[in-house]
Design a protein around this ligand. Structure first.
Ligand code: ZN
Ligand code: ZN
Length: 338
């Protein structure tokens, strides 16, 4: 029997450990993917820390996957072996439930959960994916370089293009890290006036080289006031992982501005009077579905958006995970699998 290697979590809170298991057969609507690369994302803590209903162990994390289709289920059409595909957080969509038929495929009633959380992900040589979860990967993109586009990329690109901001308007990228360094590139190429907001001046030059036209140091004073001095943000893309930091900047929204919350940080407190007098909003944003991933990959290829990565072999997934958690990684950790 053919076997695969995986770095899996045996129980809640356990360290990633190497596991060998039989290569699974794809179900009727699934494909088997031979993984080439998988990014290590802060949301993998959901798997390790057991923070989602429907999560059972052992579980293989990983939702920034690029690989080659190796086998195709009997009911799959439109995909064939050898095609290079990406798989992100979205586990797919049925296509026929009420939500799918109303173009809310992210909220599918039949296929729920997340890749690498409620089903096995890409910290492995092989994985299964529902065919509806697949994105085509443009030929020019390198698999290891581009894996983070399947979560960090799609999340920021999709939040930006759904923020309501139009070309020329002020968009703030809050946090210059794994998500922020991609968000800056997308925002500049989408035609916004881009301001990077981060703690300290260390990353100012980098932020400007990635496309920021202005920079606000949150240590230097009231960042919300600094945004208002620039006219107020039409959108703030909050890539930080701390509720307090988000609360401190929401007052920087301008008229009709929207704070796009793309990471779970628990309860947020906002000033309702400030929101209503500006007609401002705080909006949660789900990263996106496979077709959004495909748009992200094509846009990135066309406009040369690239993730800055630290690359680890699959077997060093625990070290990569710890490095990601430390916040010191510049800027995404990626597992090279094959
Ligand atoms: Zn992620
Ligand atoms: Zn559905």
């Amino acid at each position: 029997m053919a076997t695969m290697r995986a770095m899996s979590v045996a129980a809640r809170g356990a360290k990633l450990r190497l596991e060998e298991r039989p290569v699974p057969e794809p179900g009727r609507a699934e494909v088997l993917v031979r993984v080439q690369a998988c990014g290590v994302c802060h949301s993998d803590t959901v798997t390790v820390d057991g923070r989602m209903p429907g999560l059972t162990y052992p579980r293989i994390p990983g939702h920034e996957v690029i690989g080659l289709i190796d086998a195709v289920g009997a009911a799959v059409s439109g995909w064939e072996s050898g095609t290079r595909v990406g798989v992100g957080w979205s586990p797919g969509a049925c296509g026929y439930c009420g939500q799918c038929r109303h173009s809310n495929r992210f909220a599918c009633e039949n296929i729920q959960g997340a890749t690498g959380v409620t089903r096995d992900g890409g910290y492995a040589t092989h994985m299964l994916a529902h065919a509806s979860a697949l994105a085509r990967v443009p030929a020019e993109l390198d698999s290891v370089e581009s894996a983070p586009l399947l979560c960090a990329g799609i999340t920021t690109f999709n939040a930006l293009r759904n923020s309501g901001a139009r070309a020329g308007e002020l968009v703030a990228i809050h946090g210059v890290g794994g998500l922020g360094h991609l968000a800056l590139q997308f925002a500049a190429r989408l035609g916004f006036r881009v301001v990077a907001v981060n703690r300290g001046r260390d990353k100012e030059q980098l932020a400007r080289s990635l496309g920021a036209h202005d920079y606000i140091d949150t240590n230097a004073g009231d960042a919300a006031a600094a945004l208002r001095a620039l006219g107020g943000a039409r959108a703030i893309i909050a890539t930080v992982t701390d509720a307090g930091a988000m609360q401190a900047i929401v007052g920087g929204l301008g008229a009709n501005g929207t704070l796009m919350v793309i990471g779970g940080v628990g309860a947020l407190t906002v000033d309702s009077l400030d929101l209503l007098r500006k007609r401002a909003a705080v909006k949660g944003w789900y990263s996106g579905t496979s077709v959004d991933s495909e748009d992200t990959l094509r846009f990135s290829e066309r406009h040369k958006v690239t993730s800055m990565n630290e690359v680890y072999p699959l077997e060093e997934a625990q070290a990569a995970y710890e490095r990601m958690l430390s916040g010191k990684v510049r800027f995404r950790a990626v597992l090279r699998v094959a």
